[in-house]
Design a protein around this ligand. Structure first.
Ligand SMILES: Nc1ncnc2c1ncn2[C@@H]1O[C@H](COP(=O)(O)OP(=O)(O)OP(=O)(O)O)[C@@H](O)[C@H]1O
Length: 251
């Protein structure tokens, strides 16, 4: 679904990534890990076209994003949904209005249909119907994540980009959110690209993991493959004290 080759991204003199290759396969949940500041968010934003690359190619749905006309580009954007790190809901809009933003941008639908669709999406992410008319400031952290997810799902995307979806949630809330992602992935046949630090999420929902370090992918594969890697950061990440705690609790 996503094929990145030879990607280079820099801000001024500072090179964030160089020669980066990455594949995301149809129907998988790929967990994307790496130490803080390595460029996970930058890579996500580059794939989404929000950060300019210096070199390399990015193909999504088999199309080179550089080759697309503005119209085709919009058509591609309709096929992905994004959940940004802090939720990024519009604070002056209710949950329902937030969910309807992408719908209004891309679809021509009656108000009645827009309301019906928003209601469905809100239900789909496990929010109560009365959340629809609440403003983001009236929601808990977990509800904000769910509302943002409802907005990401507004156009029935094929790929879902999640930037640290469980950060800021308590362990039970994070576990519930992982279950939701897993269920939605299965029922909707989504491909999920998930930036995460959360070892629980990696063990419970990810099919494959890719690790970013030193500006490129240092390893990618099943969790077992990653755990067997002798790369020092991966060894620490997957076999450190926190990792052992996750394994012991049977996650
Ligand atoms: N717009 C920008 N201009 C200049 N530098 C930037 C910009 N955006 C990100 N960076 C730098 O790029 C590097 C990678 O940042 P990024 O947020 O992608 O890291 P990350 O791996 O997602 O970290 P974390 O896990 O802490 O979220 C950092 O050094 C950051 O300061």
């Amino acid at each position: 679904m996503i094929r990145v080759r030879g990607l280079e991204v820099a801000f001024g003199e500072k090179t964030i990534m160089k020669g980066l290759d990455l594949d995301v396969y149809r129907g998988e949940i790929l967990g994307f890990v790496g130490a803080s500041g390595q460029g996970k968010s930058v890579l996500t934003r580059t794939i989404l076209g929000l950060v300019r690359k210096r070199a390399g190619t990015i193909e999504v749905f088999g199309e080179d994003l550089d080759d697309l006309s503005a119209g085709s580009r919009r058509a591609v954007e309709r096929r992905w949904g994004v959940l940004f790190q802090q939720g990024a809901l519009f604070s002056s809009l209710t949950v329902k209005q937030n969910v309807q933003v992408p719908m209004r941008e891309h679809l021509k639908l009656s108000e009645r249909l827009l309301d019906e669709l928003a209601r469905l999406k809100i239900e789909m992410v496990g929010l109560k119907p009365d959340a629809a008319d609440k403003f983001p400031s009236e929601l808990s952290g977990g509800m904000i994540k769910r509302a943002s997810l409802a907005r990401a799902l507004a156009l029935d995307p094929e790929i879902l980009f999640l930037d640290e979806p469980t950060s800021g949630l308590d362990p039970i809330g994070a576990g519930d959110f992982d279950d939701l992602i897993s269920t939605l992935q299965r029922t909707l046949g989504l491909t999920v690209f998930m930036v995460t630090h959360d070892l629980d999420s990696i063990h419970t929902v990810c099919d494959r993991v890719a690790a970013l370090g030193e500006g490129h992918i240092i390893a990618a594969g099943s969790i077992d493959t990653m755990m067997a890697s002798d790369h020092p950061w991966l060894r620490m990440y997957f076999n450190g004290k926190r990792a052992r705690a996750v394994l012991q609790t049977g996650a």
